[in-house]
Design a binder for this molecule. Structure first.
Ligand code: CO
Length: 417
């Protein structure tokens, strides 16, 4: 109901500004001012000259006016640069451009010649095999749009960090179209021995990143990915070959994949014992917490932005869940006292980001904006208090708590936690 009311106001608002031709709100003031000084219809210099005949360099780049839209480090920047974050507050729709996909690596980015790269499959298989990239790319392929989230995304917020932008806080999330071969196709080629239940995946980077993965996951929807958004993987995304495990914590989607070994139990590698475990109150840690849970964040407006005047704003953000599809996203503009249903923009896909939008008229009073996602399994995104209560105050990974953005009377938006 409240959605409808806001929409009605919005129509009225747009009608008024078009009819009168002067900005009712500051958002339109600059255009209106130009119109009044008769400069609006003047011919700009770029219309009077021949444009560039072809783009240089041949691989196109964003406009120079978009140079602030880049991956950034968290605040404060760590001594060892191991992760950079996606500028989610500057992106539209659901796809992350390849040059803006977040990065996380443990020993830098290796420079791998694809002609020399090999994937070994061994252990509990009938026929151990070595595949070249050429071999792998001859198999039937598939392309799917999936989100990828680092399990450490938003982790610093559990202790209320110095981070303030959506990018700094939640930028270890991206979403791309991934192309490759189903792991099941390759494993069938090798023949899976009946007693096999786990698979070891190892990267060719200096860290030899290694994780144990249930065979059931590998046979379900795992991909050996070589392309991303229509082109070969970027070096920092695992060129020339990576594992991609939809909905699982990003660390398990081993980049620069060089080995798969089938066995009967997990290998207890460094990255599943000393890290990527979830410490509980009793001092014990949960291992093998794979799935990224239901989550959403408002990206427009968000931290460090400024609303220039009262009036209409479209609140917009992204939601996702490792359980499957997003069923609903609710938005609150009064710090969670009341919630209204946001519009989910098509396509709404399994294990993908979905874009939600909600029309809002800001009356100029301080406000707290929040979003809360619900997935098809019925899971509801928790508040930070609820998350700490159900999990632990020691929680570091898997923070999917609701993000509040505080809007001050002067329009400044800050982290409301
Ligand atoms: Co985990």
């Amino acid at each position: 109901m409240s959605n409808d009311k806001t929409l009605t106001k919005r129509r009225g608002f747009l009608k008024a500004s078009l009819a009168v031709g002067t900005g009712v709100s500051g958002a339109l003031t600059s255009n209106s001012a130009s119109a009044q000084s008769n400069t609006f219809l003047e011919i700009d210099p770029w219309t009077k000259t021949q444009g560039a005949t072809f783009v240089n360099p041949p691989y196109g780049l964003p406009s120079k006016y978009e140079k602030e839209v880049v991956r950034r480090l968290p605040n404060p920047a760590p001594i060892f640069l191991t992760a950079s974050r996606t500028p989610i507050q500057n992106l539209h729709g659901i796809i992350t451009p390849n040059g803006l996909h977040f990065e996380r690596h443990h020993a830098g980015v290796p420079d791998i010649n694809p002609d020399q790269h090999r994937l070994v499959v061994h252990g509990l298989v009938d026929r151990p095999m070595i595949f070249s990239m050429e071999n792998i790319m001859r198999f039937p392929s598939e392309s799917k749009i999936y989100f990828m989230e680092c399990s450490g995304n938003s982790a610093a917020e559990l202790k209320r960090s110095a981070n303030n932008t959506a990018q700094q806080i939640h930028g270890l999330i991206s979403c791309c179209e991934w192309t490759g071969v189903r792991v099941s196709t390759l494993l069938q080629e090798c023949g899976i021995k009946p007693q096999a239940t786990w698979v070891l995946a190892e990267g060719a980077d200096g860290a030899a990143m290694t994780r144990s993965i249930p065979l059931s996951k590998m046979l379900d929807d795992a991909i050996l990915a070589y392309a991303q958004n229509g082109e070969m993987l970027r070096a920092e995304q695992g060129y020339p070959l990576r594992l991609f495990l939809p909905s699982y914590e990003g660390n398990m989607s081993i980049k620069w994949l060089r080995r798969l070994k089938l066995g009967t139990e997990p290998w207890q590698t460094r990255e599943e014992t000393s890290a990527y475990t979830d410490l509980r109150e009793n001092g014990k840690a949960l291992q093998f917490t794979f799935k990224m849970e239901v989550k959403s964040v408002i990206t427009q407006p968000s931290g460090m932005m400024k609303l220039k005047s009262k009036g209409f704003y479209e609140i917009s953000g992204i939601a996702w869940s490792g359980n499957g599809k997003i069923r609903r996203v609710e938005v609150s503009t009064d710090a969670g006292k009341t919630w209204q249903e946001a519009m989910l923009q098509e396509p709404v896909m399994d294990k993908s980001l979905v874009r939600f939008r909600y029309p809002w008229v800001w009356d100029g009073a301080p406000a707290v904006l929040m979003s809360r996602a619900v997935d098809t399994s019925g899971d509801v995104q928790p508040t930070m208090e609820a998350l700490i209560k159900t999990k632990s105050a020691n929680t570091f990974y898997h923070n999917n708590a609701i993000q509040p953005w505080q809007v001050a009377a002067n329009g400044e938006v800050t982290n409301g936690r």
